[in-house]
Design a binder for this molecule. Structure first.
Ligand code: WT7
Length: 659
């Protein structure tokens, strides 16, 4: 992926300045952007302090903007107190009580609107119910819910009580769910009886039952949202219906004010070990980052209908379905379904029917919809759209141009937003009324954020075609605070790679390689660690490897990525069996079984696209698997690398399917 990308990066020279019409109404134009950058460069603490005071409603105002005395465990606004749910709901009631907060559409076409007042009521009721279960500030609750209004309500209800939520994507398996519940130490899980997705019934409740059967001794109660007509078994004393719990509780609930650093949520993501990391985000700084970035990047205005298609199970769904837009008092669209039902026009039909003005999706979706042809989007009235966005992986210039031409009618700005679960909010992106875009570049850091490109030693790299590691050179409000339960891993994984700069500042290592062009624009090339990006979802190769070796027939496994037309990267596994290596039908049956096994261990997103059975893996004499070689084999490339240092050079032929 990287080398292909690098080629396209070097040859891409189209530039798209914002249109006069967009600039005229934009929240931030080029002059204002320069002023913001200058202000942040002069004093980034004062810059963020000012916005934190202006944008957030504090119960106790903070005195200190940034405490870096214990870096990299930074604290922002730590002596102030606030409540995230108050900031997303209560403070809008007087002026926006009847404004729609959520427009919901299900896969079958059912719709429901929630005004800010209605959302507030639902959140208060659930919060009262959770209080009734004995939950208090500091407790953790795991949410395993469909992408629905209920998910937003549950997140907000937790936030209202100072309970730290951890949303587990509904596509993760029971085993993955068990691991996450156990790591958080949650006493309560909130789920649904199931949901309709891709034309299938997804058995979420069964996922929770299975996870609890596998472990999770601390879980006392399971709250179940009734969203289907299916009957699901309810364990007496443990399982409780959401609608029953909330039937007789008051419709108001005082928010619990917490320190700005109080953990708002944990969200698990993959790293280069087999164990996912619980990324810990805080209340104040996180909310500020989500809120300001939504204003700058999406030019969010009072009458917009903002649709971020990401599931709430990912960080994008946290920051740009839930917290960022609601803190701004915006209206969000939630569609609980897949883009291809009943046909590949569904997204465009939703844009038309609801009047979506801002549409934010992932390159994998754009590529998939592009494949089904432009006649489909051309059938719909997309005239309400005014801004398009992309997130999750590098967008290839071809997909960018299609998005620009077919969806944007060559008029709409495209914001290609680079960020991560860890960064909490968008770090690099065009500002639509100010930045000239280049297809495939996320352009430059937002005001108040500072990035750089460094070499293996951490020294800055410059020059026209220079590439290197992407680092962030100053702390920022919405950054992760730690890895839940493993602060050492936090320090080592994100700040341990390079020495501090002469001024004492630490370099945050993003794990991406990048190129910065002569205009100072960044082009993200891909991950440098053992992390894959499959359909915009991060997946550790080690996680898939451990899932594979947990199968009784597998002795050893190595997983690499290869470029995939739609998914960005496909998962390729090389597997060494215990005992004799099966061939023919037996091999085919085992491969099928292994794919299912990975799906069961992690979830369908991790299912390997290719599995090759072999007698050995290419290893150096010191026993290190040569992943670079495996990547070439997975791509079907001619092997030109020197394999003389391999312990078993003959294996290469076999892996490549030539022996
Ligand atoms: C990784 C983070 C941030 C929400 C979704 C993914 C890749 C993300 C872009 C982009 C190129 C991108 C990076 C990053 N990535 N956005 N606009 N251009 N690459 O969150 O699962 O934490 O993954 O996704 O490799 O490190 P995540």
């Amino acid at each position: 992926m990287s080398s292909d990308n690098f080629q396209s990066v070097l040859t891409e020279n189209r530039v798209f300045p914002p249109s006069d019409a967009f600039v005229a109404k934009a929240r931030v134009n080029a002059d204002q952007l320069s002023a913001l950058r200058a202000e942040a460069a002069a004093d980034f603490r004062a810059f963020w302090g000012k916005f934190a005071r202006e944008e957030l409603s504090w119960e106790t105002p903070f005195q200190t903007v940034l405490d870096d005395s214990n870096a990299p465990n930074y604290r922002w606004f730590h002596d102030g107190t606030l409540n995230a749910s108050y900031n997303c709901l209560d403070r809008h009631l007087a002026t926006r009580g009847d404004k729609v907060a959520i427009r919901y559409e299900g896969e079958k076409g059912d719709t429901r609107n929630y005004t800010y007042r209605e959302l507030h009521t639902e959140v208060c009721k659930l919060a009262n119910a959770l209080k009734g279960l004995g939950l208090v500030k500091g407790d953790r609750v795991v949410l395993y819910l469909p992408h629905s209004a209920e998910a937003v309500i549950a997140m907000q209800a937790c936030a209202r009580l100072g309970i730290t939520h951890s949303v587990v994507f509904g596509g993760f398996s029971a085993t993955a769910l068990r691991d996450r519940i156990e790591d958080t130490g949650a006493r309560v899980v909130i789920t649904a009886d199931g949901n309709q997705r891709g034309g299938n019934f997804i058995e979420l409740k069964k996922g929770v039952d299975d996870a609890l059967a596998l472990g999770c001794p601390l879980v006392e109660k399971v709250v179940v949202a009734k969203r289907t007509t299916q009957t699901v078994p309810m364990a007496a004393g443990r399982d409780l219906w959401w609608h029953e719990l909330t039937a007789a509780v008051p419709a108001t609930c005082e928010p619990v004010f917490v320190d700005a650093e109080h953990p708002l949520f944990l969200l698990y993501t993959s790293g280069s070990t087999g164990k996912p990391k619980g990324i810990q985000h805080c209340t104040g700084g996180y909310l500020l980052g989500a809120m300001k970035s939504a204003q700058w990047v999406f030019d969010l205005k009072e009458d917009d209908l903002f649709w971020c298609t990401a599931d709430v199970g990912w960080i994008t769904g946290h920051s740009y379905v839930t917290y960022g837009p609601l803190a701004n008092g915006a209206t969000v669209m939630i569609y609980e379904g897949v883009p291809t039902i009943p046909d590949a026009g569904r997204f465009w039909k939703i844009c038309q029917d609801h009047g979506v003005t801002i549409f934010y999706t992932a390159p994998t979706a754009i590529r998939a919809l592009m494949k089904s042809g432009e006649e489909i989007p051309n059938k719909y009235d997309l005239s309400k759209l005014r801004l398009l966005g992309s997130v999750g992986e590098p967008i290839n210039p071809e997909a960018w141009m299609w998005y620009h031409r077919v969806i944007g009618k060559e008029k709409l700005p495209i914001v290609d937003t680079w960020w991560q679960t860890e960064t909490g909010s968008i770090m690099m992106s065009p500002i639509p009324g100010a930045t000239a875009t280049k297809p495939g570049s996320c352009t430059q850091p937002l005001p108040g954020l500072f990035a750089d490109v460094v070499d293996e030693l951490g020294d800055p790299v410059s020059g026209k075609t220079a590439g290197g590691y992407l680092v962030i050179t100053k702390p920022w409000p919405s950054m992760l605070r730690t890895i839940w339960g493993d602060n050492e891993r936090y320090k080592k994984a994100y700040f341990g790679q390079f020495p501090a700069r002469p001024d004492g500042s630490l370099l945050y290592v993003a794990g991406d390689s990048t190129h910065r062009d002569e205009d100072g624009y960044y082009w993200i090339l891909g991950r440098v660690d053992d992390v894959l990006n499959v359909s915009g979802h991060r997946l550790g190769t080690m996680e898939v490897e451990s899932a594979l070796v947990s199968h009784p027939r597998v002795a050893e496994a190595a997983v690499v990525g290869r470029p995939h037309e739609i998914k960005g990267e496909a998962v390729c596994a090389f597997v060494i069996c215990k005992g004799a290596r099966p061939t023919g039908d037996e091999a085919a049956a085992l491969i099928k079984e292994l794919r299912e096994h990975v799906s069961k261990e992690i979830g369908p997103i991790a299912k390997p696209d290719d599995i090759r059975l072999a007698d050995g893996l290419p290893k150096t004499r010191s026993g290190k698997i040569m992943r670079r070689l495996l990547r070439s084999i997975a791509k079907g490339e001619e092997i030109t690398q020197d394999i003389s240092t391999l312990e078993n050079p003959a294996i290469v032929e076999q892996l490549a399917g030539k022996a």
